[in-house]
Design a protein around this ligand. Structure first.
Ligand code: C5P
Length: 246
């Protein structure tokens, strides 16, 4: 299995559809315990801020060396020069995907791409459009953004595409419009996946089957899997619902 994963080229590893598990754990021990219950390593693992800041870059190297595909989700948002230099270091880790905030502006996104291209690796650069935890009310009242969530998401997606990003992180609810505006090859990775209404921090949500219908390339699922009594069973159900007959 490990050899098989290593042999996959970038196209196969990143352009096919899939389910990414957000391993939002505080440390390596809990992450490894969680991953160990899965029968194989043909899994796309998301390492986010909690785990990365808890363990440092070595956690990325370790999980990668075990054969897992990695989405390093650090959502960079700073001055162009700082982001470029940070991306140079991220590029060395050789992850499959990484993130920036489109709200950082076109110059920042171009700088991120430049930083990423300094390494021989081929990491996909994805721009967060509007966080799936934000609602239209929050945009209007807290952030003073008067346009609809959809308008903002599409506008940010076009900016990202024009700045060299390979795709976006968006809600499944905005995928169709973003694909219409940016083309089908522009990758859409969508968190905010839920089977039922919840009272957690996600706002613009959809089921795995809805995300499939709406055109997501990858869905990112955290707590519905990580907090489940039987994570493997929930992951398998989500995989079947999302991939269906693809
Ligand atoms: O636990 P849950 O399924 O809500 O996890 C979703 C994951 O997707 C989290 O790790 C979160 O950081 C990430 N994410 C998100 N919204 C974005 C970008 C990333 O929820 N716009």
């Amino acid at each position: 299995m490990l050899q098989y994963v290593e042999e996959l080229d970038l196209e196969t590893r990143t352009r096919t559809k899939g389910v990414i598990i957000a391993c939002d754990f505080p440390n390596k021990t809990e992450t490894m315990k969680f991953l160990s219950v899965f029968p194989d390593r043909d899994i796309f693992v998301k390492i986010g801020m909690e785990l990365f800041y808890g363990e440092g870059p070595s956690i990325v190297e370790e999980i990668k060396s075990m054969g897992y595909r990695i989405f390093l989700d650090l959502k960079l948002h700073d001055t162009p020069n700082t982001v470029k230099k940070a991306m140079k270091n991220i590029a060395k880790l050789g992850v499959d995907m990484t993130t920036i905030h489109a709200a950082g502006g076109k110059r920042m996104m171009l700088a991120a791409k430049e930083g990423l291209l300094t390494s021989t690796g081929s990491t996909l650069l994805l721009a967060v459009t509007v966080l799936t935890s934000l609602s239209e009310d929050i945009l209007k009242q807290e952030l003073l953004i008067q346009q609809s969530v959809e308008e903002v998401a599409i506008h940010y997606a076009k900016n990202a595409q024009n700045s060299g990003a390979d795709g976006v992180i968006c809600s499944p609810l905005e995928t169709k419009m973003i694909k219409l505006a940016c083309g089908d090859d522009f990758v859409a990775v969508t968190p905010g996946i839920r089977y039922a209404e919840t009272n957690d921090d996600q706002s613009r949500v959809a089921t795995p089957a809805m995300a499939k219908t709406l055109g997501s390339d990858f869905i990112v699922v955290g707590r519905p899997i990580t907090a489940a009594v039987d994570p493997v069973a929930v992951y398998s159900r989500i995989l079947a619902d999302f991939l269906g007959d693809v």
